[in-house]
Design a protein around this ligand. Structure first.
Ligand SMILES: CC(C)(COP(=O)(O)OP(=O)(O)OC[C@H]1O[C@@H](n2cnc3c(N)ncnc32)[C@H](O)[C@@H]1OP(=O)(O)O)[C@@H](O)C(=O)NCCC(=O)NCCS
Length: 205
């Protein structure tokens, strides 16, 4: 388990005989492998986070791809449990005891395989990077990315692929990985592009 620098947050405010005071609590973020007992909580995380990302994208929560996307991520997690991390490898972030985010290594998706025309053998895709809305912008996604890259470095995997169709997430990825290797212009609709990165593991922090 890896520990992120504790953050102080205000949990509540009590008014006691006219005097208000704050209850401060240190929140600890840990990164580790998912446990079977966490399965339902992670399914819920996929549902909440993916729905929220679709809404922010302006795609609406009834978008045809929404259920497909959630079910795909559930399938990936099940595949991790069934293969004991050999076919799909997840890491989860816990803030205190709550699961706040996920990241996974898997085979490149069909979308990637259809558009990237070099050999993708031994090149995993970094996928299912989801942080619950209330934990976004607090460094959880960055820590998950850092830990998965460290895992790739330890297992001597030289490159990885990552793709994103969400506009907000694309800004995060550009900040983290630089300009994309490939931009599929107007892929989803006008001005809604899909971006694909191929990165060398050694060149990532
Ligand atoms: C995209 C996502 C994984 C990022 O994780 P996060 O925990 O919110 O990001 P962090 O707090 O680690 O942010 C790291 C940095 O990126 C920046 N950043 C995060 N989201 C950003 C955004 N939408 N636009 C610009 N910068 C952004 C932060 O300001 C921060 O910068 P800093 O390191 O200079 O302080 C998360 O917001 C998320 O789950 N979004 C919804 C689902 C999604 O789109 N997933 C990705 C699918 S490809």
């Amino acid at each position: 388990m890896e520990i992120l620098a504790p953050q102080q947050i205000i949990l509540g405010r009590m008014d006691d005989v006219g005097t208000a005071f704050d209850i401060l609590k240190e929140m600890i973020t840990t990164i580790g492998r998912p446990q079977i007992k966490d399965k339902k909580e992670i399914y819920q995380l996929f549902e909440i986070t993916i729905k929220n990302a679709f809404e922010q994208q302006g795609a609406g929560s009834n978008h045809a791809h929404l259920a497909e996307e959630i079910n795909h991520k559930i399938g990936l997690l099940d595949n991790d449990f069934q293969s004991q991390g050999k076919k799909v490898y997840f890491l989860v972030a816990k803030v205190d005891s709550q699961i706040a985010g996920t990241i996974a290594l898997t085979e490149p998706s069909k979308l990637v395989r259809d558009h990237i025309h070099f050999d993708l053998k031994n090149i995993p895709e970094v996928a299912a990077v989801y942080v619950l809305p209330q934990f976004q912008g607090q460094g959880v996604g960055s820590l998950l990315l850092k830990r998965i890259i460290e895992h790739l470095q330890k297992t001597r995997i030289k490159s990885f692929i990552l793709d994103s169709g969400f506009k907000k997430a694309q800004k995060f990825w550009i900040k983290k990985l630089g300009e994309p290797t490939l931009i599929l212009k107007d892929y989803w609709k006008k001005d809604s592009h899909h971006m694909i990165w191929k990165k060398q593991t050694s060149k990532c922090a």
